[in-house]
Design a protein around this ligand. Sequence first.
Ligand code: NI
Length: 255
Amino acid sequence: MMIDSHAHLELRDFDSDREDVIKRARDAGVDAIVTIGIDLDDCRKAVEIAGNHDEVYAAVGIHPHEVKEINRQTYDRMRELAVMPKVVAYGEIGLDFFKNHSPRDVQLRRFGEQLELADDLNLPVIIHDREAHKETINLLSGWKGARRGVIHCFSGDYAMARKCLDLGFYISIPGTVTFPKAEILRDVVRRVPAESLLVETDAPFLTPAPHRGKRNESAYVKYTAMKVAEIKEMPFEKLAEITARNACELFKIEM
Ligand code: NI
């Protein structure tokens, strides 16, 4: 068993060969892919792709880059999408203080609102945190959501990971773990129990070695899982299975 817990199959990058990408993932042993919408239109597309493919599930939410576009109708539309079949999570939501495509105060407010919405919808959350560790932990600490969630594309150190685990969150490891400079991330992988880890591609971004520099796709989650298994000195099949079970548990996917 193997699951790509975070991809963006709805992005235009996959318009010309989406079916092939999904097929290659299946051939590589990927049993499920969670595809993540980042704005209203992409969320609609994500739900549609999930509806057309047994192994694809969807998450809906407004990405921190896009939260400046939220208006009075947005959350009503998100509520409609969130109850569609195969929507398994709310996200990705959070804070990106690296790119700052939306003003920070807007990001903070919209993150708080979307956490409440997710709880209202009884969905787990997928968290995007880039260079906003302290603020992310602050908001998650005050959040009452029962379904908890995952810190996607984890970029903190072990101390940060420990706080996330204590708050009941999973840590998701991206392809960057294969990069030579990713020593801090490898330390996190070493010290966090496999029972708290997920693996992801974030395709089309963050392509792992040996395909670094090319477009990423869900089939390549195996390189990330292989690296994580190697770091944890665990057979690949076992690591893939444990992380897949974690994803099934979090997203309530039955396999
Ligand atoms: Ni993403």
